[in-house]
Design a protein around this ligand. Structure first.
Ligand code: FNR
Length: 380
C-alpha cells in the first residue's frame, strides 16, 4: 500500500534490477551523511498553537516570480531514464501537472531540448565540462532550448567512492556482462518496459547533455573521461557563465555561509544548500544543520533553497521554519516514476502537499509566511 513518499521505495526496489536500485538509493562510503540527513529532521520538534481558525490554508509560494502549488520541487537526478522510459520527460511533465518545478539533470540520457519542449518551465542542472569554450557552448545550448533557470552543481569536484555501486555491479556507462544480463532477466518489467523499449524506439541511450555534444552510450565498455575533469573548476568559471547566461543562476551543493556569500558575490540568483543526498563527501554535514546560519548570511537577499532527506510534509515545514524559501526532493520522485510513471510523480507531489497542509493546520498556521524558528525546539 502506498500512503506516503517512502512507500514508493519498496515497490520500486521490487521492479528494478539490483544495480540500478543500488545507484538510485545509495550514499557513499559509510553512508554517514545519508543517515544523518534523516536524523537531522527528527531532532526538531514543533510547538503548535491551538484554537486558531485554520480553515483557509495555502501551501502555495512564489519563487523567482513564479507561483508554485507547494514550496518543493524535484531535485536533479542523473540517469532518470533508467527509472522509467524517458524518465526525465516523465518527471518534468509530472511536476508541471502538480504545479511544482523540476530540475533536469545534466547527466541525463534524454536530450535537454526534449524536456524543454515537453515542460517549458523546467530548470536545467549542469555539470561543467573542463574547457571554457565547451562550457560556453553548453550554456548557449541550454539558453537556445528555452530554459530560464540554470543550476550549477558544485559539490562534485572529484568523483566520490560509491562502494555500494561497485558491490551491486553498477557503473557508468553500464558494462555489458553476464551478471548484468542476469540482473535484467530478474527484473523483466524494467527490462521490457524501460530499457528495451528505449532501445527499440529511440536507439541505445547516450549521455546527451553533460557536454555540448553527445557523450558515451549507457551500455558501453568505454570510460566517461570528462566526468573526472572537474577538479580545477573555481569561481572564475562561475563568472564566465554569469557573463554569458542571461537567465537565473543557482548554485547547488553549498554547505557553508562563506560559499553562500561568494555565490551571491559572483552573481548567483540563489543557492541550494545540499550534501547531494549524502552521495558526495561522506560525513558532509546535513544541510538542515547549517541552513539557519546560511539563511542568516544571505537570506532575504536571495532565495535559500535546500535538499537532502526530505520525505514528509513536516520535513518541508521544518526546513522552511529554519530559513529555507524552497526545498527539493530527490529519490522518492524517482521511485514514484518507477512504480506509476507520470501519475506516480503527480501522486507523490499531491501526497507531500497534503501532508504539509495537514501539518500547517495542526501547527495553527494558514500561510507559509508564518513559519519561523519560534515554532521549533531542539529535541537533543
Ligand atoms: C542525484 N543528485 C544529483 N544532483 C545533481 O546536481 N546532479 C545530478 O545529476 C544528480 N544525480 C543524482 C542521481 C540520483 C539517483 C540521486 C538519488 C541523486 C542529487 C540530488 O539532486 C539531490 O541533491 C538529492 O537526491 C537530495 O536528497 P534526497 O531527497 O534524495 O534525500
Amino acid at each position: 500500500m502506498i500512503l506516503c513518499l517512502e512507500d514508493f521505495e519498496g515497490a520500486a526496489r521490487r521492479r528494478l534490477p539490483r544495480p540500478i536500485y543500488a545507484y538510485f538509493s545509495g550514499g557513499v562510503e559509510t553512508n554517514a551523511s545519508l543517515a544523518d540527513n534523516r536524523r537531522a529532521f527528527s531532532e526538531w520538534g514543533f510547538v503548535p498553537r491551538t484554537l486558531v481558525d485554520v480553515s483557509k490554508r495555502s501551501t502555495s509560494t512564489t519563487l523567482f516570480g513564479e507561483t508554485y502549488a507547494a514550496p518543493f520541487g524535484i531535485a536533479p537526478m542523473g540517469l532518470s531514464a533508467l527509472a522509467t522510459y524517458r524518465g526525465d520527460v516523465v518527471l518534468a511533465t509530472g511536476a508541471a501537472k502538480a504545479g511544482i518545478p523540476m530540475i533536469m539533470s545534466g547527466t541525463s540520457l534524454v536530450r535537454l531540448e526534449d524536456v524543454a519542449q515537453a515542460a517549458p518551465k523546467s530548470w536545467f542542472q549542469a555539470y561543467l565540462p573542463g574547457a571554457p569554450e565547451r562550457i560556453l557552448a553548453l550554456v548557449d545550448r541550454i539558453a537556445t532550448a528555452g530554459f530560464g533557470t540554470l543550476v550549477l552543481t558544485v559539490d562534485v569536484a572529484v568523483l566520490s567512492s560509491r562502494e555500494n555501486n561497485v558491490r551491486a555491479g553498477f557503473s557508468t556507462p553500464l558494462r555489458p556482462s553476464l551478471r548484468l544480463a542476469w540482473d535484467g532477466i530478474c527484473a523483466p518489467s524494467w527490462t521490457f518496459g524501460c530499457f528495451l523499449r528505449a532501445i527499440v524506439r529511440d536507439g541505445m541511450p547516450h549521455f546527451e547533455n553533460s557536454f555540448a555534444e553527445r557523450g558515451a552510450p549507457i551500455l558501453s565498455g568505454s570510460v566517461l573521461r570528462d566526468f573526472v575533469a572537474r577538479d580545477h573548476l573555481n569561481w572564475s568559471h562561475v563568472e564566465l557563465i554569469r557573463k554569458r547566461w542571461k537567465g537565473r543562476l543557482v548554485i547547488k551543493g553549498i554547505l557553508s555561509k562563506e560559499d553562500a556569500l561568494l555565490s551571491r558575490e559572483h552573481g548567483a540568483d540563489g543557492v541550494i544548500v545540499s550534501n547531494h543526498g549524502g552521495r558526495q563527501l561522506d560525513g558532509a554535514v546535513s544541510p538542515l544543520r547549517v541552513l539557519p546560519e546560511i539563511a542568516a548570511a544571505v537570506g532575504g537577499s536571495m532565495p535559500v533553497m535546500m535538499d537532502s532527506g526530505i520525505r514528509r510534509g513536516t520535513d518541508v515545514l521544518k526546513a522552511l521554519a529554519l530559513g529555507a524559501d524552497f526545498v527539493f526532493v530527490g529519490r522518492p520522485f524517482l521511485y514514484a516514476a518507477v512504480v506509476e510513471g507520470e501519475a506516480g510523480v503527480v501522486r507523490a507531489a499531491d501526497m507531500l502537499a497534503t501532508e504539509m497542509s495537514a501539518g500547517m493546520g495542526l501547527l495553527g498556521i494558514t500561510s507559509l509566511d508564518e513559519l519561523g524558528p519560534h515554532m521549533l525546539r531542539p529535541l537533543k
